[in-house]
Design a protein around this ligand. Structure first.
Ligand code: GLA
Length: 416
């Protein structure tokens, strides 16, 4: 049995057992959705750009059963909390049909959602699906997750996607993978009020065993790309700095707003439309017409989009080699640190130390301001890299980092 099947089986079992203990009945099924690491392509998704994530073998598991009434009860195992809400109380602006096929739906946050905190994520999914016209029935939902919270590994997207599939399953309607990702993102944007792009939910929904996903966030095209690091005797190591990224929420919204301002100023629909060759001119214009930090935000987005394409081109070589991939990761990190200013001292230390200890490259992954770094490491160097990062953190008095390999895994699905 592969490691991944083992952990999915464990997750299914713990969700089923928890469901029985909490609700005193059998679940009708168990659905799962993974967290992700983004290999390269950071802060490009809300600029209509390119990303290259992979789903990992840390996931949220949702055991669920339908109810005859119109009540939604959700239990979060890690918090030991249950919320209960009548589905008919989940009303909001706009009519049901409005949003379902809208090309550019309004993602503004609701002024007063019925629930807040962790429950806004699963309840938001129910709300969004109802708003879109899906016949959501009453349900009991037991959620348990192995994705660390606040580590920049998309625990919330995993929760949203697992909830969305479970609700569809017990209510008896189908959701395509693209619909799942889209509505999960809408739940996060509108109901939980977090202005994220599509990266996390698409990664969780579309994940594939052994592959990274080359995603064009403008067209929604997803191209799985084999990423067999084991064949190279290497792995992608996650270094969770244990600095919660939550305090970066304003920073994230600020960056997003700066990109939108810059695109408008440059007269393009999104920064994706600035070609690398036009960057010097765009940089100068924005630096003079807006301000220098905003010009650097533009430079990050434009160069990062190019790096994703270069990374994919390298993967497509018949024999890809790791140093040029590692090099792009280093460039990405430097750009996020210096131009985009979303790194953190712990992330910078993890990246620098990993590389000095022999990693081919490393970078922060996800939104930044804390969370996790990833390092591309030969198996033979794994212990040296982990020991060096642990020692460097101890020396600075930082919390002890956590390490685990990122295993490219399947996306959201039913498992029982
Ligand atoms: C967070 C957001 C994503 C994406 C990344 C940065 O993870 O949720 O939509 O913007 O940051 O690449």
């Amino acid at each position: 049995m592969s490691r991944q099947t083992g952990s999915a089986a464990d997750g299914a079992q713990s969700a089923s057992t928890g469901f029985r203990e909490t609700f005193g009945a059998e679940p009708a099924g168990v659905w799962t959705a993974p967290g992700r690491v983004n290999v390269i392509g950071e802060h490009t998704d809300y600029n209509d750009g390119f990303v290259l994530p992979m789903a990992i073998d840390r996931a949220c598991y949702a055991a669920a059963a339908p109810r005859a009434d119109r009540i939604l009860r959700v239990h979060a195992a890690q918090l030991g909390e249950t919320v209960e809400i009548p589905l008919d109380a989940l009303v909001g602006p706009g009519s049901a049909a409005d949003d379902r096929d809208a090309a550019d739906p309004d993602m503004s946050p609701l002024a007063d959602p019925a629930v807040t905190g962790w429950a806004a994520y699963p309840v938001g999914v129910a709300w969004v699906l109802q708003q879109a016209g899906f016949p959501v029935s009453g349900a009991d939902l037991y959620l348990t997750s192995t994705v660390p919270v606040g580590a920049g590994l998309s625990s919330s997207a995993a929760l949203e996607c697992a909830t969305g599939l479970a609700l569809a399953g017990v209510s008896g309607f189908d959701l395509t993978t693209a619909e799942l990702a889209h509505h999960a993102q809408r739940a996060e944007n509108i109901y939980a009020g977090v202005p994220c792009g599509p990266l996390d939910q698409m990664s969780s929904a579309f994940g594939q065993d052994g592959a990274v996903l080359f995603i064009d966030t403008r067209t929604g095209e997803v191209r799985p790309q084999p990423f067999d690091l084991a064949a190279e005797d290497a792995l992608l190591l996650v270094i969770d700095t244990r600095v919660s990224h939550a305090h970066g929420e304003n920073g994230y919204a600020d960056r997003r707003a700066a990109c939108e301002r810059a695109a408008e100023f440059l007269g393009v629909p999104a920064l994706r439309d600035i070609a690398l060759a036009d960057l010097p001119e765009a940089f100068a214009k924005v630096a003079v017409g807006l301000d220098e930090p905003t010009a650097r935000r533009v430079r990050h987005v434009v160069t990062e989009n190019a790096r994703v394409q270069q990374f994919v081109a390298i993967l497509n070589h018949e024999h890809f080699s790791l140093p040029p991939l590692g090099h792009r990761m280093m460039q990405s990190h430097a750009s996020l640190r210096d131009d985009y200013e979303v790194s953190a001292p712990e992330l910078d230390l993890a990246v620098a130390t990993a590389v000095v200890a022999g990693a081919h490259g490393a970078r922060m992954t996800g939104g930044g301001f804390g969370g996790s770094a990833i390092a591309l490491v030969d198996r033979g160097q794994l212990d040296a890299v982990q020991d060096a990062v642990r020692a460097a953190f101890a020396e600075q008095g930082y919390a002890e980092p956590q390490f685990f390999p990122a295993v490219a895994s399947a996306g959201a699905r039913r498992i029982v």
